[in-house]
Design a protein around this ligand. Structure first.
Ligand code: G4P
Ligand code: NA
Ligand code: NA
Length: 194
């Protein structure tokens, strides 16, 4: 997706060989025009899958997911990372290990919002090691819903998230795939689709 690549080049910051900072349009400040284009791109890639719900993870997955939900005409659910006062039982939950933070977090979704009749598209902002996406997929499985696939805004193609998901037979669609962050530059994979 060209608009996104241009934005990464012009406003992204390569913090190290493995970390890209995109606070200017995705992780802190949000660019609504870009998010709308992202939502439409996800809608077009997953058209024909009869998606009924989008599932993401708070907080940075919400903006692109809501725009995809708007484009597809379906509700968006965000899994919570913190235990909520009002969300205590009747939950699907999964443990998500973060390699960067070296900690495991419990993510959860109320059983009220996903059922076995649903076809769920999982969306997240980044794909690194695939642990967050795996946790979201586990929640879809617990609900005995169907999985349309995983949509990712920015994939770090030099980490193993895609392989982890493909091993489970999951379709992955990333709007930008970064091959390398070496020498302070983001270089992109030519093929955007899986
Ligand atoms: P994993 O889920 O793929 O295994 O990734 P990891 O544990 O390494 O990532 C932890 C957090 O860092 C996630 O956000 C993930 O989206 C984000 N992340 C991973 N690599 C990058 C990167 O190169 N750049 C940026 N900007 N983010 C990255 P989170 O903690 O869930 O944060 P948020 O959704 O509240 O923003
Ligand atoms: Na993030
Ligand atoms: Na995230």
């Amino acid at each position: 997706m060209n608009l996104l690549k241009q934005k990464i080049i012009s406003e992204g910051n390569v913090l190290s060989d493995s970390v890209l900072k995109v606070d200017a349009f995705l992780n802190h400040q949000v660019d609504p025009v870009l998010m709308q284009a992202i939502g439409e791109e996800f809608a077009s890639r997953f058209a024909g899958e009869k998606v009924t719900k989008i599932l993401t993870l708070e907080s940075s997955g919400i903006a692109p997911s809501v725009m995809a939900g708007l484009a597809m005409g379906v509700p968006v659910i965000f899994a919570r990372k913190r235990k909520s006062l009002t969300l205590t039982d009747h939950l699907y939950s999964a443990a998500v290990y973060s390699y960067t933070k070296n900690e495991t977090k419990e993510i959860s979704v109320s059983q009220d919002y996903i059922s076995s009749d649903d076809v769920v598209l999982v969306i997240d902002d980044f794909l690194a090691n695939g642990q967050a996406a795996k946790g979201l997929v586990s929640i879809v499985e617990q609900a005995e819903a169907s999985l349309a696939g995983v949509g990712i805004v920015i994939e770090k193609g030099f980490q193993d998230g895609r392989d982890v998901l493909h091993q489970h037979g999951i379709r992955v669609e990333s709007l930008a795939i970064i091959d390398s962050l070496a020498d302070g530059n983001a270089t992109f994979h030519n093929e955007e689709a899986s």
